[in-house]
Design a binder for this molecule. Structure first.
Ligand code: NAP
Length: 180
């Protein structure tokens, strides 16, 4: 089965976007010439599974940022809403998390990048996330779209490492469960 991995940035108070989806606050920091491990992480995955909210935000950029295959999960979007020039690499599917993973296993994926707050929450609830890399940005937003939400039961994590960057970003990597 492909393993699912999270690589995401949050405000210090735990939001991945403002209530209206704005993420400009993520891009206001001085460039320290470091991609915070994003390129290395991306090189390890076969592709991305993203929620509709993340897909719609990316579309608003006007420039598609991914070379790798992307599966957009949505129960409401028209499957034909994929930009024509991306139709070979982007699919919109109305599948549950486990169904998505089963499909990707048949396609030979071994590692998937799961992105979008609500989507991550539902993959976590389904027990499908293997690890999380969370970069905390030194800003308090007060309100927004949370990375985490209600759970039916606790999820215990194992902390692997934390890196403090000169920009003030604090990046921590956790595995799901006790793995030590
Ligand atoms: N800070 C960061 O690093 C970071 C990273 C990623 C995204 N973002 C931002 O976060 C925002 C999007 O996050 P979000 O939490 O609002 O939305 P999201 O998780 O990207 O998308 C949620 C939507 O995905 C669809 N979906 C399909 N299957 C689902 C399932 N099993 N569980 C949950 N959702 C499912 C639903 O849409 P339907 O109603 O169509 O089914 C749902 O409303 C955007 O503003 C984006 O720019 C920030």
């Amino acid at each position: 089965m492909p393993t699912c991995h999270v690589y995401i940035a949050t405000s210090l108070d735990g939001f991945i976007a403002r209530p209206d989806g704005d993420i400009e606050w993520l891009h206001q920091w001085p460039d320290i010439g470091d991609d915070y491990g994003y390129g290395a992480f991306m090189s390890t995955v076969d592709g991305l599974i993203i929620g509709r909210g993340t897909f719609e935000k990316i579309l608003s950029f006007g420039r598609w940022p991914y070379d790798k295959p992307v599966v957009v999960l949505s129960r409401t979007l028209d499957p034909d809403a994929v930009p024509a020039d991306r139709a070979d690499r982007v699919r919109i599917l109305a599948l549950e998390p486990q169904e998505t993973i089963d499909m990707l296993r048949r396609e030979g994926w071994t590692r998937a990048y799961v992105d979008g707050g609500r989507l991550i929450q539902s993959f976590l609830a389904a027990g499908l996330i293997e690890d999380l890399t969370i970069t905390r940005i030194p800003i308090l937003l007060g309100a927004g779209r949370p990375l985490f939400g209600a759970l039916a039961q606790d999820i215990v994590l194992t902390h692997f490492e934390t890196t403090a960057y000169p920009s003030g970003f604090i990046q921590s990597r956790y595995a799901i469960g006790r793995v030590l």
